[in-house]
Design a binder for this molecule. Sequence first.
Ligand SMILES: *Cc1c(COP(=O)(O)O)cnc(C)c1O
Length: 223
Amino acid sequence: MSITENIHKIKETLPEDVTLVAVSKTKPETMIMEAFNAGHLDFGENKVQELTTKYENLPKTIHWHFIGHLQSNKVKYIAPFVHLIHAVDSIKLLQVIEKEAEKNNRTINCLLQIKISPEESKFGLAVDDAALLLESTEFSNLKRVQITGLMGMASYVENASIISDEFAYLKKQFELFKASYFYDEPGFSTLSMGMSGDYLLALKQGSNMIRIGSSIFGERQYP
Ligand SMILES: *Cc1c(COP(=O)(O)O)cnc(C)c1O
């Protein structure tokens, strides 16, 4: 199947309020253009250098999602154009994003990454630490960073009930955070969870943004 067909097949199954982020990391610009020409606008990358190169070469109407672990010293390269940063996990990083947003005279939308899996490889904040962050003076001083929701990655396991429980936990925390910290901010509305292998489970648990790579572009090959 072609990239266009893959995207249509996934979109057919999605409720209207769910955003599909096509994860194009490691994939060539020609593939992104195929999806773009079929009307797709949201793409996800996890390396700053790769993202900035693609941004420079491709149509400026694309919404670029940064989905990887972001180092503070690299924020400046994506700050002028990034649509959404998915994996923010510290106040330090938010403060750098604030500074770069100000330089670019824009607001930058971010999701807090919550650790929902016990796996060592997964980044993210424990829920309690995320709550402390949101209650801190440092956070209340930020003017150009907009927290628009939460993001999480489930364990890489076969067992669907483990994955579903992790997603359900994140959905519950999302609702609690919305009620506690964002009750007067409708902008807090995005729950980014679900990848190729587990997005159907994520949707059942209330995800409204899924990040799909291999099911659209094929398996990735790393050199
Ligand atoms: C690579 C990646 C994805 C997409 O993974 P697939 O299994 O190819 O769909 C989603 N989210 C993050 C954070 C990723 O790094």
